[in-house]
Design a protein around this ligand. Sequence first.
Ligand code: ADP
Length: 394
Amino acid sequence: MKDAETKKEVNRRGRRPSESLYEEIPGFMYIAEFSGLGFRPLNSVGGFTSLTGYRARDFFKIDFYDTNVVDQDDLHLVRSFRDNVSTDQNPEEVTYHLRKRTGERVLVKERMVILSNHRETRVVGGVITLAAEPRVPTGSRGDEDGSLRMQEIQRMNDHLLEVNQLKDEFLANTSHELRTPLNSIIGFLTLLTEGYYENENEMRLFTKNALESSHHLLNVINDILDISKIEAGTMDTHIEKVYVDELIEEIQSLFEMQAEQKGLVLECSTKKPPKFAAADIQKLKQVLINLVGNAIKFTPRGTVKLTADARNKHILFTVKDTGIGIPTDKLEKVFQKFIQVDGSATRRYGGTGLGLAISKHLVEMMGGKIEVTSKGVGAGTTVRLTIPSWKEGK
Ligand code: ADP
């Protein structure tokens, strides 16, 4: 931004996404690299520390085979389970005893699935404690605890299955999303190098198509890199004074042509007086581009409106469209990564299902909130987000 104030940049450390869902689980989930030589742990969520007594960072160092984490009596069982786990993408499970750092034995169930694409193989697993069950006296309040624990186990199993399915869909969608533009680039460049064009206009058209596909490919790759950065907790924001009205104009000019080509009315407006947000301009722009891009993508006819208003020490941005809408039972899920309302192989709209997940993280890192509403299929969609207003003297 042009304003001299904008030079006063404030760095804020990115916050890790909330893991509250997983903290409720009596165990932990992990993802590991899988090679012929064994597992290399990549990430874990949930109660690794409370279950094992080891520190969170030990998760990356501990070799379950060579330490006392797995009870010595069960070591052969776990080793042969892990050595023989099938690679056909079906979940498998084993029950064994862990030995906590304090020496206490805990009965656990581990369920894992091996997922692979042509480049890499990952293990996604979950370990949950069953320890409370054998100690529960029958006919007492303990029965309730036992059945609650069983419900938790069931919930975790369901959750693991869902994660597994999402990973499958993600691998299929992502490789499709990467291959489609790449094939198009290769196709058009081949036509150009072989001289298969009739005239200069056609040559320009082929070049334009190859260029558009390259931009699309870059977007997909950037989304994948962004979500990895967010998950690794290494995404930073640089908060500065952002002139909102100018940003809205910029978004309008970015999407004008695309909307016009689809026959849509694109209205981007702000009310007076001028408004300033305390935001990372690149990240805020990225979020608005994603939301307006989605609105245009999912609206076959009608209007897409972007507005910004000052509200309660915040700037409220609204992106409203008259498009295909979102079924009410799917609204809660669209911010989860890899979720697409239409996740089928025959889906009509491109995308990786990462845009809204990234947007939510970015907005929250800037101290804001985001929500999506829709009255259902065919009834359009509205996304609202808030970002703190700029306070002078910051
Ligand atoms: P992508 O657009 O790459 O699939 P997003 O995370 O941006 O991923 O969106 C997730 C899903 O939410 C989309 O696949 C779509 O099903 C739904 N969605 C998002 N925005 C809209 C919208 N404006 N109208 C209808 N559906 C939407």
